[in-house]
Design a protein around this ligand. Structure first.
Ligand code: ZN
Length: 300
């Protein structure tokens, strides 16, 4: 356990927050927020409960100890983002890890003030950005203070990639090629490109292969398991992931994620366990890689 991890664990214990008791696996991509009014309409099951216990139950069923809770840009204030993250962290006994988000189109002053707020926050594990949903490229100069903060804090920047749930999004902002630009410029920052770059999976694989500071997650590639062609959807997602692995050459920068509640945790895990990989590599994708990237404590 590194010094940084020790400090984090001690802080959790001091705050009366237990370290997750079970599960080596990590889901790097879940959402749960009161600022997502369409959550119910978009979830994989119409009667799903959007509560911490309901999410933890699905995680437990798949031996997942921690999940990275990605904050949404629809949260009205930067302080509100931090507050909601703290609240979910406490309610989940430290298992839903804290992230922040920012929309750089709000202007340089907002970016500056928000980063100042993050500097006083504790135990953030990542910054999530939403190019495509909002009209900005990852290499927008207004984001430079965000990348400098990520470098100083030693936390990754997670970029939405590819298709947007919102038809008013502009996907041109969310191509892996645009992320390559910023990965080269900020070599000391680690970037996670979500959703295998769907539909630009080959482009994504090239950007991950070329840049040692770029990772990808497997979230959001499946839909509601009751759609008639779900089995084909699963097979295609597994083929695409296998092709991406063939380009990258190893699985060390590939991270399992679900995009719950859009996707069930169970089917998102099946996407990985159904791959023709060694059990060791499957578990790397399902948690080992994420534990290293997000510096997550080993279970007590
Ligand atoms: Zn998502």
């Amino acid at each position: 356990m590194g010094g940084c991890q020790k400090v984090r664990k001690l802080r959790r214990l001091a705050a009366g927050v237990p370290v997750a008791p079970t599960g080596r696996r990590v889901d790097v991509h879940v959402h749960l927020s009161r600022y997502w009014p369409d959550l119910a309409r978009n979830s994989y099951r119409p009667d799903l409960e959007f509560t911490v216990p309901s999410l933890l139950k699905e995680l437990d069923a798949q031996s997942i100890g921690f999940a990275v809770l990605l904050q949404l840009y629809s949260n009205p204030t930067p302080a509100g983002v931090l507050r909601e993250g703290e609240e979910m962290f406490a309610k989940s006994a430290g298992r839903l890890l804290k992230t922040v988000t920012i929309d750089p189109t709000q202007g340089e002053t907002v970016v500056h003030d928000t980063v100042a707020l993050w500097e006083r926050a504790r135990d953030l594990v990542a910054i999530k950005l939403y190019p495509g949903y909002r009209s900005f490229y990852p290499h927008d100069p207004r984001l430079h203070p965000v990348y400098e903060y990520a470098h100083k804090a030693g936390i990754p920047v997670i970029l939405h990639q590819g298709d947007t749930l919102d038809p008013d999004g502009h996907v041109k902002y969310a191509r892996p090629l645009e992320a390559d630009e910023v990965a080269v410029r900020f070599r000391d920052v680690r970037f996670v490109l979500c959703h295998l770059g769907n539909p630009w999976v080959e482009e994504l694989a090239e950007v991950v292969y070329k840049n040692a500071n770029v990772y990808t997650d497997t979230s959001g590639l499946l839909a509601n398991p009751r759609v008639p062609y779900f089995a084909e959807m699963m097979r295609r997602a597994q083929r695409r992931l296998t092709n991406a692995l063939a380009t990258i050459g190893d699985c060390h920068r590939v991270l399992y994620g679900s995009d719950w509640p859009l996707e069930s945790i169970e089917t998102a895990v099946q996407l990985i366990t159904g791959l023709d990989l060694s059990p060791e590599d499957q578990e790397r994708i399902l948690g080992g890689n994420a534990r290293a990237l997000f510096r997550i404590d080993p279970p007590a």
